[in-house]
Design a protein around this ligand. Structure first.
Ligand SMILES: [Mg+2]
Length: 357
């Protein structure tokens, strides 16, 4: 008998791409590259704070969010009621960022057996509280068991008159760059909670030392969406040219506006609104305060651009800071320091799939 020799060459090992290499935005791009559109009513798909669907006189805005225990929240310091509240708020914020009015939400939840019915009640109490506050109807969802941990997925619907929706892509050269509220406090709240968690782990007899930092803790655990400012702007006839909510950090979210509007920007460091106590707290943590504002994320403030001719309308609305202006793309995306240095902006915001996090 002849010995049959296997001559087939070993198949070349296919090099697989890790998710860390892609990053969150790279992954989204990859997944949506070949998506076809069948309906002309689909005005905007992936790539903004919400999808936009033509309904005739109005557009329907649709946004969805997935929250995973251990990735997006930590139940050692996140009370369940706050979690439910925050889950709704972050979705409402996306509708506000499209200049829309939030209307309905669906909630899907997966829980492992370690959660009791009372625990789920707590989550839903928070969801109902936020629905009351933002006048959103809870209209459906799904429930499932999970092998580990808690998962929440919310889909929100909102509306606005057709033509009044605001995209990330509408900014023009020379537009003023504005932001609501102040930035970086939610991140400092997170660092405080993480610090106390590690102290507690090392010595469970220690009581958490969080008093005096209610603002920062509150910004992290119980944020609010800026529907108030959105409504005020509508009331004064002010329509931003582009808008996004700050979920990843000022730097990363501003770069989205630049990219989609095909522009550059000059952001003035000294104009970035940062709470005084947050500033002190950052320094205590050896963090440059502006870095907390640029890269911290989860502030859920609105970042938007307006035409210069609307300056008079915006200057009288309290709680809005003008922090820079849009430039030609060739000018680059820059931050100007108080002493006049020009620093290129980089996306160092929250990116859940990068390993360094
Ligand atoms: Mg958003």
């Amino acid at each position: 008998m002849f010995e049959k020799k296997e001559t087939r060459p070993e198949p070349a090992k296919q090099r697989l791409t890790s998710l860390a290499e892609l990053g969150e935005f790279g992954l989204i791009e990859r997944l949506t590259r070949e998506v076809k559109r069948f309906h002309p009513e689909t005005l905007k798909g992936v790539g903004d704070d919400a999808a936009v669907i033509d309904m005739g006189e109005k557009v329907l805005l649709v946004s969805t969010d997935l929250l995973i225990e251990g990735i997006h929240f930590d139940l050692t310091y996140m009370p369940l009621m706050h979690l439910g509240y925050k889950a709704v708020v972050v979705n409402v914020s996306d509708i506000a960022a499209m200049n829309g009015i939030p209307a309905q939400v669906t909630v899907s939840i997966a829980l492992s057996s370690r959660f009791s019915a009372e625990a789920i009640d707590e989550i839903y109490a928070g969801i109902r509280l936020a629905c009351d506050k933002y006048k959103v109807d809870l209209v459906g969802g799904d429930t499932s068991t999970s092998t580990t941990g808690l998962m929440l997925s919310l889909t929100i619907l909102g509306t606005v008159n057709k033509g009044d929706e605001v995209y990330r892509s509408g900014a023009q050269e020379g537009d003023l760059l504005c932001v609501t509220g102040d930035l970086g406090s939610a991140y400092m709240g997170l660092l405080l909670l993480e610090r106390e968690k590690s102290v507690f782990k090392a010595n469970p007899a220690m009581q958490p030392e969080l008093s005096g930092f209610d603002y920062q803790i509150g910004r992290q655990l119980r944020p609010e969406a800026r529907t108030d400012i959105r409504n005020m702007m509508v009331g004064t006839g002010l329509k931003p040219t582009a808008m996004i909510d700050i979920s990843d950090g000022l730097s990363s979210d501003l770069l989205h506006i630049c990219k989609q509007s095909n522009l550059g920007c000059n952001l003035f460091e000294a104009k970035i609104p940062i709470d005084e106590q947050t500033r002190e707290l950052a320094l205590e943590f050896n963090i440059i305060p502006v870095v907390a504002a640029l890269s911290g994320g989860e502030d859920y403030e609105l970042l938007f651009t307006i035409s210069q001719k609307d300056y008079d309308k915006v200057k009288d609305i309290s709680g809005i800071s003008i922090i820079g202006h849009m430039t030609a793309a060739s000018q680059g995306k820059n931050m100007i320091t108080p002493d006049g240095h020009v620093v290129p902006l980089t996306a160092q915001g929250w990116d859940g799939m990068k390993p360094e996090r």
